[in-house]
Design a protein around this ligand. Structure first.
Ligand code: S3P
Length: 166
């Protein structure tokens, strides 16, 4: 069985939906951010503090490369996983890629109380998220086999739609 790889911005619901989807399909669930934290023995904010975003991206690249070698897993990726061309290639060839597409309003709503995302610890997270989407939306689309809108929809409905389109 091919891997199922979820991409999309922070707050798209990749982890929640990935976990539910994996349960439905009886497949293991993996999350690239969790993998990085386990390998490093540190949380993402600390990695950003000590090594900067560049250091985090190197660790993310290594984790994604390894996770995409697996077979038959549901994989949730960090919102910036598509930034590097080599990551996009690994993701595109590593399984069926699903882009969970979400408005900036919804992203803000879902991330506002979360202090675990260093890029959003800025005075104006709306501006940050809008800027990131402008750059990243074409990159998510470039590698997506399936695009699914997650705005205002409970995770279970999103999972049902994914299952019907696989
Ligand atoms: C990031 C998204 C985060 C995490 C890191 C950077 C990004 O993952 O990888 O904070 O660049 O968008 P989630 O998309 O799971 O929040």
């Amino acid at each position: 069985m091919k891997n199922i790889i979820l991409v999309g911005p922070m707050g798209a619901g990749k982890s929640t939906i990935g976990r539910l989807l994996a349960k439905e399909l009886r497949l293991p669930f993996r999350d690239s951010d969790k993998e990085i934290e386990q390998r490093t023995g540190a949380g993402i904010p600390l990695i950003f503090d000590v090594e900067g975003e560049q250091g985090f991206r190197e660790r993310e690249h290594a984790a994604i490369q390894d996770l995409c070698q697996m077979r038959g897993v549901v994989l949730a990726t960090g919102g910036g996983a598509v930034l590097r061309q080599d990551n996009r290639e690994v993701l595109r060839t590593g399984g069926q890629v699903i882009y969970l597409c979400t408005s900036v309003d919804q992203q803000l709503d879902r991330t506002s109380r979360d202090r675990n995302r260093p890029l959003l610890q800025a005075p104006n997270p709306r501006e940050v998220l809008t800027g990131l989407m402008a750059v990243r939306d074409p990159l998510y689309r470039e590698i997506a086999d399936i695009i699914i809108q997650t705005d205002e929809r409970p995770p279970r409905l999103v999972v049902q739609e994914i299952l019907s389109r696989l």
